[in-house]
Write a new protein. Structure first.
Length: 402
């Protein structure tokens, strides 16, 4: 009787385990179902697209698509991992930020009548737990920016917008002075904002959401190299499968390996203002400053007056500059050079796709943003990256001794 009890108990336990396991497997493999409504579009096609953050000019990968009928659509499928995707409607409208696609029942509400002039809209998303988590973290980060102690910065934002829209130099200079007086507060806010993101990564290293919470904070412009080295290895599991993590991987590899300090850059040849070929290797100098920029890039052009002073100071001692115009239109590039009266070497990096993306050389050099700079020695070996203003002054003083 006792033995029968043990056997029956064991059988019941095995049955329970098998049932629970089967239920879990079924839940995991059931896939996703997306139902959506589109206000402003009665018919057409909706596509779910996985973005290529590493190369934004690359052809988009369509994850799924469905026909819109009477303003409604439905699609089903399965994803192997959670990632952020975007929505495209009739090749005309696109989401601003996208949403997290996971194996669950997801509802999308879209109103293209509220799209901006570029056709971008924000979709209401429900049913994606990852999306809910991301939205909560986004709101938390925004609350830091809008905190009472940072009120002067919030107020200055509107004043700055109004000044630049007015194109009144006196107003613009006045608001710049105000901004300079609040640099300490701006730095404090940025550090608090960034720390909240880093802490989320540390507490959720395997979450697909964590890479998007950190997002483009993972860059030379916003983090020190030491911080990047500390954070990069934290990501594990599902977090390393996302498109954003692929951007992290590319960025990290370029900064610390292929285009890191001590690496020799590849040579290139581009057309000058006179439509003549100029090779990087033919630019003479003890130290060569390679500056990737564009006519529309405000910080790029804002750095030129100081770079003129630096160029004038050290040119006789072997300091040379080659500015590579990229992600630009050639006529606007030429106009900006004339307006800024920059006297160093200029070459234009053509975008083969013709859609205003980075040119071939900018892509080859892994340019993450504009401006991006490299200081090379006479052999084309990288001495330093991303030098501007004070950091450039300090490095050249160190190299030239004055």
């Amino acid at each position: 009787m006792k033995t029968r009890y043990k056997i029956s108990t064991l059988l019941l336990l095995c049955f329970t385990i098998i049932t629970v396991s089967s239920s879990f497997a079924s839940e995991k493999s059931k896939g996703y179902t997306i139902t959506g409504t589109v206000k402003g579009v009665e018919k057409g096609w909706v596509k779910i697209i996985r973005p290529n953050i590493v190369d934004r000019s690359a052809k988009a990968v369509v994850v799924d698509s469905a026909q819109i009928k009477n303003g409604h659509f439905k699609m089903s499928g399965t994803v192997d991992y959670i990632d952020m995707v975007s929505i495209s409607i009739n090749e005309k409208y696109n989401t601003m930020g996208g949403f997290f696609l996971e194996n669950s029942n997801i509802s999308l509400t879209i109103d293209v009548e509220k799209a901006d002039k570029y056709g971008q809209f924000e979709a209401e998303v429900s049913g994606s737990k990852s999306q809910d988590t991301f939205a909560a973290e986004k709101e938390k980060a925004q609350s830091i920016f809008n905190a009472k102690k940072y009120g002067p910065l919030v107020a200055l934002r509107k004043e700055m917008t109004d000044a630049y829209n007015s194109k009144d130099e006196a107003k613009i200079n006045a608001v710049k002075k105000k901004l300079a007086s609040l640099n300490h507060l701006s730095s404090e806010r940025q550090k608090e904002y960034q720390l909240s993101k880093i802490n989320y990564v540390k507490n959720n290293p395997t979450s697909a959401v964590s890479s998007y919470v950190l997002s483009f904070q993972f860059s030379e412009g916003r983090m020190s190299k030491e911080e990047m080295k500390e954070i990069y290895p934290l990501f594990k599991g599902d977090a390393t499968k996302t498109a954003m993590y692929q951007y992290f991987k590319k960025t990290y590899t370029e900064i610390f390996e292929s285009f890191g300090e001590g690496s020799k850059v590849p040579d290139f040849t581009l057309k000058t203002l006179d439509n003549k070929d100029l090779a990087l290797s033919s630019v003479k100098g003890k130290y060569i400053f390679v500056d990737f920029w564009a006519s529309w890039c405000v910080p790029c052009r804002a750095s030129f007056p100081h770079l003129k002073e630096v160029y004038a100071k050290y040119k006789k001692d072997g300091f040379n500059v080659i500015a590579v115009g990229t992600a630009d239109q050639e006529d606007k590039w030429r106009k900006a050079i004339a307006e800024d009266e920059t006297v160093w070497n200029h070459v234009f990096d053509v975008d083969p796709s013709g859609n205003g993306s980075y040119g071939t050389i900018a892509k080859q050099y892994g340019v993450p943003f504009l401006p991006t700079t490299f200081l090379l020695d006479e052999n084309g070996v990288i001495i330093a990256r991303q030098l501007r203003d004070k950091s450039l002054d300090e490095k050249l003083e160190e190299l030239f001794g004055y």
